[in-house]
Design a protein around this ligand. Structure first.
Ligand code: GDP
Ligand code: MN
Length: 382
């Protein structure tokens, strides 16, 4: 789960990380009074959206004086950044930056622990630093049983600074950032840039955090900040109906029972040159209402051209599933091509029932995958 910069900064402040005063605003008028309350000549105006690269997109501007602040606030409010419309801005005291650094804590699956990532080349071009000069990014594993003792934080700080006064300021920054990361079950805590001001102070001027969804139940304060996208809302609805659903953006909708079979079905589609629109595990049972709900979910995705239904009849019998499907499609008004593959108990009987219906019935998984890709290509060529 993502949160906005201003929300991450509030958490930073709770953990004594050096963030400056800033005010969240939803209108230009609010921005003007925020500016007046800050009482500094220069102020920074920042778009609050769930995506990075705001600076490059023109969503971060430093204003000199009230007139310019008004101008920038009205420019940035309503702006579109990578498909997100800006409805909130953060107005803060502008910092005199001497240099910018990159600091983050993330889970590294290879190392099997959290790592502290650091670079002297922080700021808006960190992606190209990672790509072109990866040796400029330091990665320090954090043993979960040891955490971040002083010696480790100091060693880390020397990766960024040569000046001892700066090292001294950086040590609690790393330690508090790790404490926040761990206590709130974050999956990312990033400061980019961490800056040194012209007067020699270390400050966090950006804050980015994401959280482990599976741990949200124990962090109501974080869960409160959840602003689901349309896609996430759909996934949540599906979950409430007892499905496990992930949108993947392709053209072949998949309805499968069992997560392993669903994964294998997606692989099969890929093998034949298609793209799965989703992962969908409908679980056991051939209940027609469940199939109707699942179909509605797939049909609400405008990218879907074909639906592939792949069912393994273990305890559920394939002839029951076939009956369920026939019942379900009486309730659905769609001319979407449907490929069905049934396997397991009573599969022959199941297929027999589907004979003469509008469904494309396949016997094997590869036959089904191939057929679905073929039909999808036909639809897209029309
Ligand atoms: P991002 O592009 O979405 O990561 O947004 P950031 O908050 O990191 O801001 C982008 C850039 O704007 C930073 O790298 C800084 O160079 C600059 N910037 C942000 N805040 C300030 C500020 O208070 N003063 C000055 N001078 N520059 C700032
Ligand atoms: Mn940034």
């Amino acid at each position: 789960m993502k949160v906005h910069e201003y929300q991450a900064k509030a958490l930073f402040a709770q953990y004594h990380l050096p963030v400056d005063k800033s005010v969240l605003c939803r209108t230009v008028d609010e921005a003007v009074s925020a500016y007046q309350s800050l009482g500094s000549e220069r102020a920074v105006v920042k778009a609050q959206v769930h995506t990075g690269g705001r600076g490059k997109a023109g969503g971060v501007k430093v204003a000199k004086g009230e007139e310019q602040l008004k101008e920038y606030a009205s420019q940035i409010l309503g702006m579109d950044i990578k498909g997100f419309t800006v409805d909130r801005i953060l107005v803060g005291e502008a910092i005199d930056i001497a240099s910018e650094y990159y600091v983050s804590i993330v889970i590294d699956r290879k190392v099997k622990s959290a790592i502290l990532m650091l670079s002297r080349e922080g700021g808006m071009d960190i992606e190209s630093v990672a790509k072109n000069t990866p040796e400029k990014i330091h990665k320090i594993p954090i043993d979960p049983l040891i955490g971040m003792p002083d010696y480790l934080a100091r060693e880390a700080a020397f990766c960024l600074f040569d000046d001892k006064a700066l090292v001294k300021q950086a040590v609690p920054v790393f330690q508090n950032l790790y404490r926040l990361f761990k206590e709130k079950d974050a999956s990312l805590a990033e400061i980019n840039p961490l800056v040194v001001t012209k007067s020699g102070e270390v400050k966090a001027i950006d804050a980015k955090m994401t959280f482990d969804n599976n741990a949200l139940y124990r962090h109501p304060d974080v869960f409160e900040l959840f602003e689901p996208t349309a896609e996430e809302r759909k996934e949540q609805d599906a979950k409430d109906k007892g499905f496990s659903y992930v949108n993947l953006g392709g053209e072949i909708g998949c309805m499968v029972n069992g997560a392993g079979l669903a994964m294998a079905t997606m692989d099969m589609i890929k093998l034949y040159g298609g793209n799965p629109a989703n992962f969908l595990d409908i679980g056991g049972s051939s209940n027609p209402t469940k199939i109707v709900e699942a179909m509605k979910l797939l049909l609400s995705d405008s990218h879907v051209r074909v639906v592939l239904i792949n069912i393994f009849g273990g305890i559920t019998r394939c002839d029951d599933v076939a009956k369920g499907l026939i019942e379900a499609f009486k309730m659905l008004d769609t001319d979407m091509p449907i490929v069905i593959r049934l396997t397991g108990t009573n599969e022959a009987e199941g297929r027999e029932l589907l004979k003469g219906t509008k469904f494309h019935v396949a016997k094997t998984m590869s036959e089904a995958g191939k057929k679905a890709v073929e039909l999808a290509q036909q639809c897209m060529n029309k």
